[in-house]
Design a protein around this ligand. Structure first.
Ligand SMILES: [Cu+2]
Length: 156
């Protein structure tokens, strides 16, 4: 084998192995962690969101000792509700969606950073240990009132 062929092979082999390795990682994530694209079970009709549970009653409900579910609807240009109140130490599962366009939801100081897509239910759980106010903002440009779209999580 000539020097040129060896050099060429040293580029061709990795460029074939990299996609195979990435596919392997995707399969690994699917099999061991159950990570996959959203399924039909997380879909709703965004035009009927105000009639579909739990979005027909946005707000916080206690689901167990120290656990809560916060249902949030993002719409131009507000969150419903704008204020969520929980006790310190609470584990809150946010169940959110959008009534119109694509919004984002980021809660300062937590790992909550999700997209609110019309027709899709997003879920994320966070624990609030320290009392205080946590700013909740839309992080996806959603129109002229985007900069006004905020809320807060109050931990008592
Ligand atoms: Cu926005």
């Amino acid at each position: 084998m000539s020097r040129e062929q060896t050099l060429e092979l040293s580029w061709i082999i990795p460029s074939a192995l990299i996609p195979i390795a990435l596919l392997g990682l995707l399969l690994y994530a699917y099999v061991t962690h159950g990570i996959h694209v959203p399924g039909q079970e997380g879909m709703i009709d965004p035009r009927a969101i105000s009639q579909i549970a739990p979005f027909n009653a946005p707000g916080v409900v206690q689901t167990g000792p120290g656990t809560y579910q916060a249902t949030i609807v993002g719409k131009m240009w507000t969150f419903e509700p704008k204020e969520i109140r929980v006790k310190a130490g609470a584990e809150v599962t946010f169940v959110a969606s959008s009534a119109d366009v694509i919004h984002g939801m980021r809660i300062q100081g937590t790992n909550v950073n999700i997209m609110l897509l019309p027709g899709q239910i997003s879920r994320k759980t966070a624990r609030f240990v320290k009392p205080g106010e946590y700013l909740l903002i839309c992080h996806e440009y959603c129109g002229i009132g985007h900069h006004l779209m905020s809320g807060k999580v109050i931990v008592e």
